[in-house]
Ligand binder design. Structure first.
Ligand code: GDP
Ligand code: MG
Length: 168
């Protein structure tokens, strides 16, 4: 199994931290791998079950507020159409308008698996308090799977990777 995966989400949810925690091989800016998409590959996670190629998605990954305001720009939307799977990263216990905008863009890609990574769970003292939040979220914005992670403490990452590989 092998595929192109984008980590998307509004600024400050922990995408960069998560990416750093996930990738084993960091590629130089000019990659020698054949690129079947327009994306730049940021790093590779190699597991016995397969390889995940994490790609840069301009405007999604680091576009900041300007790109996220109102609707996503064209480049950002085009980027989503070219990946095999997207992981939307959010902060535990929080779902903002910007998160919603991102979800709406992902939802346009009907056949693309969409995973939710709820990050910063280390900041949640009472984990069960999150369950109603997640249940409510999934009812309105269905994802294919939900994962609880802490990018900072490297918690839940192998589960997320297994979930990604399962769907590639
Ligand atoms: P990005 O804008 O989505 O790329 O977010 P960053 O990776 O730059 O992280 C934003 C801030 O959140 C930084 O101060 C990180 O250290 C912090 N952060 C990221 N992941 C976690 C986490 O799992 N737990 C906690 N407590 N902080 C985190
Ligand atoms: Mg970042």
């Amino acid at each position: 199994r092998c595929g192109y995966v984008a980590l998307v989400g509004r600024p400050n949810v922990g995408k960069s931290t998560l990416l750093n925690a996930l990738i084993g091989v960091r590629l130089s800016i000019v990659s020698h791998r054949p690129q079947t998409t327009r994306h730049r590959i940021l790093g590779i996670s190699s597991k016995p079950q397969g390889q995940i190629l994490y790609v840069d998605t301009p405007g999604l990954h680091r576009g900041g507020k300007r790109a996220m305001n109102r609707s996503l720009n064209r480049a950002a939307r085009a980027a989503i159409t070219e990946v095999d799977l997207a992981v939307q990263v959010i902060e535990a216990g929080r779902w903002t308008d910007e998160d919603m905008t991102m979800y709406a863009a992902l939802a346009e890609q009907k056949d693309m698996p969409k995973l939710l990574a709820i990050n910063k769970v280390d900041l949640q003292k009472d984990k069960t308090a999150m369950l109603p939040f997640v249940a409510d979220l999934m009812q309105k914005h269905p994802f294919d799977d939900v994962y609880y992670v802490s990018a900072l403490k490297s918690k839940g990452l192998s589960g997320l990777e297994k979930g990604i590989l399962k769907r590639l």
